[in-house]
Design a protein around this ligand. Structure first.
Ligand code: DAH
Length: 339
């Protein structure tokens, strides 16, 4: 039996030495130490030796087992080290390879246009403020002179959250919020997202952006409104830009107007871009309605004001001569990085 044990040990150690790979080493372990391995088999045949010799023989088997295990462990470490070295050798870094290009993001045309409008008005002393996109019906309609059942409500059919809360259809509610704070005078613009239940097409989207403007002070007149917006148009699309104020109706301003600018593409002669008219509509405006001032806690006898609302996408489309608004929302980087 002892000879047999010795033979097993020698065989195991020699196989361990020859195992060049970790897989093979594991096979050797199973063959000798596994449940059906040679050493285990030898233990099972202990019943064939006299009982008084069993303890000594058992100890011998255990010693052999320990020696084999030690050899396995040592070789495993060596093989792992060797594998690592080979891997590192194979992975030599070629520092002469060109570096991977780092793609830096790009500002969206809407953002560029918004920052441009902000720059112009901040330059005239305006403050940039924000209002909530989820708004009370009270601010979106009531305080802007659009009571329940007013036909103007239909034109801006909105998304209702509850009976009293809507996704704002315009940035105009920010006017009411700022006036209510009671700090006068006011010179502010309020850019932001608005929502209407519109079908998507080249010029409509259920979600778009506006920039609201509001000035309230003593002795503000329609000439201030005209002068301000003329200056804005010139800074936006060039010194030679002409403006045209067409009478219009908005419930919260009186009088109200829509403003067209001379087509920056053809200079007013008429082209595909301005649909032959020479003019492009860019905003709505007017003198803040006395009733609106009153509802927001401002005395209309003492203070007057003007307001305007610009469609941001409109400005972006004009600035970059884009003829389909949907392109702005598709987030195709090939399109966006052109601006
Ligand atoms: N809120 C209006 C709209 O969405 C635009 C507008 C018109 C805003 C006249 C104004 C204004 O502040 O005075 O159609």
């Amino acid at each position: 039996m002892k000879d047999r044990l010795q033979a097993i040990k020698e065989e195991a150690l020699s196989q361990i030495q020859e195992a060049g790979m970790l897989d093979r080493l594991n096979e050797v372990r199973v063959n000798f130490l596994g449940k059906k391995g040679e050493l285990t088999g030898l233990l099972k045949s202990m019943k064939n030796i006299p009982p008084e010799e069993r303890p000594a023989f058992g100890q011998l088997v255990n010693e052999t087992r320990a020696q084999i295990e030690e050899a396995l462990e040592e070789t495993k470490k060596k093989l792992e080290q060797k594998a690592l070295e080979e891997k590192l050798k194979a992975e030599v870094i070629d520092v002469t390879l060109p570096a991977k290009k780092n793609n830096v993001g790009h500002r969206h045309p809407n953002t560029i246009a918004r920052e441009e409008v902000e720059r112009i008005f901040v330059g005239m002393g305006y403050e940039v403020v924000e209002g909530p996109e989820v708004e009370y019906d009270l601010y979106n309609f009531e305080k802007l002179n659009i009571p329940a059942n007013h036909p103007a409500k239909d034109e801006q059919d909105t998304f209702y959250i509850t009976k009293d809360i809507v996704l704002r259809t315009q940035t105009s509610p920010v006017q009411a919020r700022v006036m209510e704070q009671g700090k006068l005078p006011i010179r502010m613009i309020a850019p932001g997202r608005v929502f209407r239940s519109d079908e998507v097409d080249a010029t409509h989207s259920p979600s778009f952006h506006q920039i609201e403007g509001l000035v309230v002070d003593k002795n503000i007149t329609f000439s201030d409104l005209k002068g301000t917006l003329e200056q804005f148009a010139k800074e936006l699309s060039g010194e030679n830009t002409k403006t045209k104020f067409r009478p219009h109706h908005f419930p919260f301003t009186e009088p109200s107007a829509e403003v067209d600018v001379s087509c920056f593409k053809c200079g007013g002669k008429g082209c595909r871009f301005c649909k032959g008219s020479g003019w492009i509509e860019i905003l709505g405006c007017g003198m803040v309605h006395p009733h609106v001032l009153e509802m927001c806690g401002i005395d209309p006898e003492e203070y007057t004001g003007f307001a305007f609302g610009v469609g941001l996408e409109r400005i972006a489309l004009l600035k970059y001569e884009i003829d389909d608004m949907r392109l702005l929302y598709e987030n195709d980087i090939r399109f966006l990085k052109q601006f």
